[in-house]
Design a protein around this ligand. Structure first.
Ligand code: ADP
Ligand code: MG
Length: 272
């Protein structure tokens, strides 16, 4: 679905991403993890065509990204907008309808005749019906994020790109958001690439993880393969404790306190 070869980006001669060879299979859910400044957002901007690579190539379904028309690319790929750039002065339903932009002809007519029903269905699925006429600045953060999701659902893409979609949400809305994406992916078979700060959410929901550090791919593979204590320690410089999720078995990353780290450095046995 997505294939990058030797993908790199430099800003003023300083590399933000280097030599990335990466293949995303159709329908997979990839998480991109790595410390601040490791190139995650840069990669997302390159994938969505917002920025041009300094080196290397990106192919979507075998075609170079730059060979797609702008609207054509928007029908293929949606980027969940960051909260800051959502149009706050429009009512919720209109914000969802904006997702249909790549499907409008020059007369402003939608390619789909049943677009009203499509929007209704999304409003219902995201529990937004009661909020149709409210403006975004009258909503809570969790509600706004559902509207943002509704807009990209209306876009009917085959690839969904998410850059830290849950960072400002409480755990209720974090879980709700991830579940809604998981459900959408199951129903529509979309491919998802998500930058996630929360390693435990990434381990629970993603099939594969790409680990970036200093603009390079440190490693890629399943959450079980990626979230080992050695890798977390070397990539993030923390002393983690990795446990298996008691229900799902996915690795979960716990932090240890400084005393524990010291204890270990001194070569003592440590107890939990
Ligand atoms: P992440 O999303 O992993 O935190 P970014 O992709 O935002 O990292 O940034 C990677 C590196 O590229 C950082 O060193 C950052 O300062 C730099 N960078 C990102 N965008 C720009 C830009 N528009 N101009 C200059 N430097 C940038
Ligand atoms: Mg970022």
């Amino acid at each position: 679905m997505i294939e990058t070869r030797g993908l790199g980006k430099a800003y003023d001669g300083v590399s933000a991403l280097r030599g990335l060879d990466w293949t995303v299979g159709e329908g997979e859910w990839w998480g991109i993890i790595g410390p601040n400044g490791s190139g995650k957002s840069t990669l997302m901007r390159l994938l969505s065509g917002v920025e041009r690579p300094s080196s290397g190539t990106i192919r979507i379904r075998g075609r170079h990204v730059e060979d797609y028309g702008r609207k054509e690319l928007s029908r293929m790929m949606a980027v969940l907008q960051q909260e800051g750039i959502m149009p706050v002065h429009y009512p919720v339903r209109e914000v969802l309808e904006m997702g249909r932009h790549p499907y409008l002809n020059w007369l402003g007519q939608d390619m789909r005749e049943d677009v009203g029903a499509l929007i209704d269905g999304i409003m219902e699925k995201l529990e937004l019906q009661g909020l149709a006429d409210r403006h975004l600045d009258e909503l809570s953060g969790g509600q706004r994020q559902r509207v943002a999701l509704g807009q990209v659902m209306a876009q009917e893409p085959q690839i969904l790109l998410l850059d830290e979609p849950t960072t400002f949400l409480d755990i209720h809305y974090q879980q709700q958001f991830m579940e809604l994406v998981a459900e959408w992916r199951k129903e529509a078979g979309i491919t998802v690439v998500a930058v996630l700060h929360d390693l435990n959410l990434a381990a629970l929901y993603c099939d594969k993880l790409l680990v970036l550090r200093d603009g390079r791919a440190v490693s890629m593979g399943t959450p079980e393969e990626m979230l080992t204590s050695e890798r977390i320690r070397s990539v993030y410089d923390v002393e983690p404790v990795i446990v298996a999720h008691p229900v799902y078995g996915a690795p979960q990353v716990l932090l240890s306190k400084a005393a524990l780290k010291r204890n270990k450095e001194e070569g003592n046995e440590w107890v939990f």
